[in-house]
Design a protein around this ligand. Structure first.
Ligand code: AMP
Length: 396
């Protein structure tokens, strides 16, 4: 496998799949440029090595071909500022406009192609479309971890046309190294913190982690399916009745494998799903009718913090409660602080999956954990043990 750090880019055109799927407001102004910033080191590496750069990405979910709202032209000026160079733009990602723009690129120049998803063939993973993209560059770099779980033309199929000249960019290798450190080389004790709304979305991850971890901490809405499975009274908390059996099986497997599973002993409940709800703190298995568990309680906070602070490897996915509401943010904050404290003592901590990332940002702790994944769905699939097509295509 080729490596971006040792590859000679001089005179080469690098076709880079980036993730520029950033939020834009009604005036097409970028409201969060994190993903664009993340791609800068990879782009600069190629440029400083004497190569030129052809960037391809999707933006949003265009349904029927080109639409101004989803045009990547809105990104050009800001990308130019971040790179401190002018960025050329091709109004289509294949065809005459793309080929002539790519052909005319000089070393040190950057070209951004129009939204890949203006063509249905992108998501369909069409061979012919991928071949046309491939014809633009001499070397292919995949730096879009967020779409690595999709076998799309630009993320996976295109790599087949670069049997030797293909590699990961820095975003991809950073994400993969971090997850592999946790899933393959974890220093013990290893604690997985699983939260969020539902058990159903997390079953495969919990199952895959069962052979690797020492502790699984459960929080968020899924706690109440576990509590009910154990015979508890959970009031009107979020419960997936069709997952009660699954919850019992998870508890049984954990026991067999010697994994400690923690369910919150107490909960902060509300009489409605509202920040201004009447609040009540009680045992998780004794929630009165008319109340729902919306956060882990103070006892659970203490117990969880102690387990986390005694861990050497931590994987955190999903909030402990409805942290978007200040009345129910305390448990998630306590866990975030414990993860930061463990990290300060030398533990390796990976935070990933949309809402836990939002949580560490909300509490200004993103730089106090070892790695914050931008992966979302791709990270979840990787944690389930699935080989991501975009990763496999480079490693093959
Ligand atoms: P997920 O996408 O499954 O990780 O779920 C994240 C969402 O779960 C967040 O928006 C939280 O507000 C929500 N959540 C966390 N705890 C609870 C709870 N006890 N009841 C209902 N929703 C919750």
């Amino acid at each position: 496998m080729k490596n971006i750090d040792t590859y000679t880019f001089s005179g080469k055109k690098a076709l880079i799949r980036v993730d520029f799927n950033v939020p834009l407001n009604a005036e097409h102004i970028i409201t969060d440029d994190t993903r664009i910033r993340a791609a800068i080191p990879t782009i600069k590496k190629v440029l400083s090595g004497g190569g030129s750069v052809i960037l391809m990405s999707h933006l949003g979910r265009p349904k029927d071909g080109p639409a101004n709202k989803y045009s990547l032209k809105h990104i050009v000026a800001h990308l130019g500022q971040l790179l401190n160079t002018s960025v050329k733009f091709a109004e289509d990602c294949i065809g005459e406009k793309a080929t002539s723009a790519a052909a005319g690129l000089l070393p040190g120049e950057v070209l951004l192609l129009e939204n890949l998803r203006f063509h249905k063939q992108e998501e369909a993973g069409t061979e012919e479309f991928a071949k046309q993209l491939a014809s633009l560059g001499d070397v292919y770099i995949n730096d879009a971890f967020g779409t690595a779980h999709r076998a799309h033309a630009s993320t996976t199929i295109v790599a087949h046309f670069f049997p030797e000249e293909k590699m990961f960019g820095y975003v991809m290798s950073g994400e993969l190294n971090s997850i592999d450190k946790v899933l393959k080389n974890a220093e013990r004790p290893f604690t997985a913190i699983m939260g969020g709304a539902k058990v159903s979305g997390k079953i495969s991850i919990i199952t895959n982690l069962m052979d690797k971890v020492d502790n699984i901490i459960i929080g968020g809405g899924m706690s109440y399916t576990f509590a009910k499975a154990l015979g508890g009274k959970v009031g009107s908390s979020l419960v997936e009745d069709d997952r009660i059996q699954t919850a019992l099986e998870i508890l049984k497997t954990a026991k067999e494998k010697g994994v400690n599973i923690y369910i919150p002993n107490d909960s902060v409940c509300g009489d409605k799903f509202d920040n201004a709800a009447n609040k009540l703190t009680c045992l998780t298995n004794e929630i009165p009718d008319g109340y729902m568990g919306l956060d882990i309680g103070p006892e659970a906070e203490k117990e969880y913090a102690s387990v986390i602070e005694n861990s050497k490897t931590i994987l955190w996915n999903g909030p402990m409660g409805v942290f978007e509401m200040s009345s129910f943010e305390s448990g998630t904050k306590a866990v975030a602080l414990a993860v930061a404290a463990a990290t300060a003592k030398g533990a390796y901590s990976l935070v990933g999956g949309g809402d836990s990332v939002a949580a560490v940002n909300q509490f200004n702790l993103a730089d106090k954990v070892s790695y914050v994944s931008t992966g979302g769905g791709a990270l979840l699939e990787y944690m389930e043990g699935i080989e991501l097509p975009g990763v496999k295509a480079i490693r093959a």
